[in-house]
Design a binder for this molecule. Structure first.
Ligand SMILES: CC(C)(COP(=O)(O)OP(=O)(O)OC[C@H]1O[C@@H](n2cnc3c(N)ncnc32)[C@H](O)[C@@H]1OP(=O)(O)O)[C@@H](O)C(=O)NCCC(=O)NCCS
Length: 174
C-alpha cells in the first residue's frame, strides 16, 4: 500500500553540482552502483512505497551477475562528483531507458538531468520509453515525458505501481 501522500517530503532544489563529470560505465563501478541503488531506493523512494516493496525492488542481496550483464549490454553512464559516483543510468538501443538513480545525498542537484540528456542522445531513436517510479514521475514530467498509463508490476512476488512514460525526440542526423 502506498503511504499517505501527506507524508511525502519533496526534496527542495539545491545548488547544481558544477564539478560533475559523466562517463561510460566501467565494470569496476558495479559495487558502488549497487550500494547507491540500494541506498537511494530505501531512502529517496520510501515515502512512495512500502518497506516490502522497497525490499523487493532493491533487495539487500542483489543478483550481481544479472546487473553486470545488463549494464554491459546497455549504454550505461555514471556521473562522478568529488571522486564518487553521484548517479548512474542506462538505456538500450530501442530507446528504453532502463535505470536512472541519483545518490541519496545528491538529489535535486542536476545529476539526473545531466545523465538523462546524454542517455536520450545515445541512440538514433525518435522516442524514449521508461517505466517511472511514483518518486521519479515529477522529474520525468519536468523533462518532457508524458505518462501513458499507470501499471502494477511484480518484483519478487510483490506488486507495486509505476508509470509507462514516453518522450518524443527530434530526429537526429548521424
Ligand atoms: C528521479 C531522479 C533520477 C532525478 O534526479 P535528480 O538529480 O534528483 O534530478 P535533477 O536535479 O536533475 O532535476 C531536474 C528537474 O526535474 C524536476 N524534479 C526533479 N525531482 C523532482 C521532484 N521530486 N519533484 C518535482 N520535480 C522534480 C525539477 O524540475 C528539476 O529541476 P529544478 O531542480 O531546477 O527545479 C532522482 O530523484 C532519483 O534517483 N530518484 C529515486 C530513484 C528513482 O525513482 N529512479 C527512477 C527509477 S524509474
Amino acid at each position: 500500500m502506498r503511504q499517505d501522500p501527506g507524508d511525502r517530503i519533496r526534496p527542495a532544489r539545491k545548488a547544481v553540482i558544477f564539478n560533475m563529470i559523466v562517463r561510460k560505465y566501467r565494470s569496476e563501478d558495479l559495487s558502488e552502483i549497487l550500494k547507491l541503488f540500494y541506498d537511494t531506493v530505501h531512502s529517496v523512494c520510501k515515502a512512495d512505497y512500502t518497506l516490502a516493496q522497497l525490499d523487493a525492488w532493491a533487495p539487500a542481496a542483489p543478483d550481481t551477475e544479472r546487473w553486470r550483464a545488463s549494464l554491459e549490454k546497455h549504454y550505461a553512464l555514471v556521473a562522478l562528483a568529488d571522486g564518487a559516483i553521484a548517479g548512474f543510468g542506462d538505456i538500450d538501443e530501442t530507446g528504453y531507458l532502463d535505470r536512472l538513480y541519483v545518490h541519496k545525498d545528491r538529489i535535486r542537484r542536476g545529476v539526473g538531468g545531466a545523465l538523462l540528456t546524454k542517455l536520450e542522445n545515445a541512440f538514433p531513436v525518435t522516442e524514449i520509453t521508461t517505466h517511472a517510479s511514483i518518486t521519479a514521475k515529477p522529474f520525468f514530467e519536468a523533462k518532457g515525458y508524458v505518462a501513458i498509463r499507470e501499471q502494477q508490476v511484480e518484483r519478487r512476488g510483490v506488486t507495486m505501481t509505476n508509470f509507462v512514460m514516453k518522450k518524443s525526440l527530434e530526429p537526429l542526423i548521424y
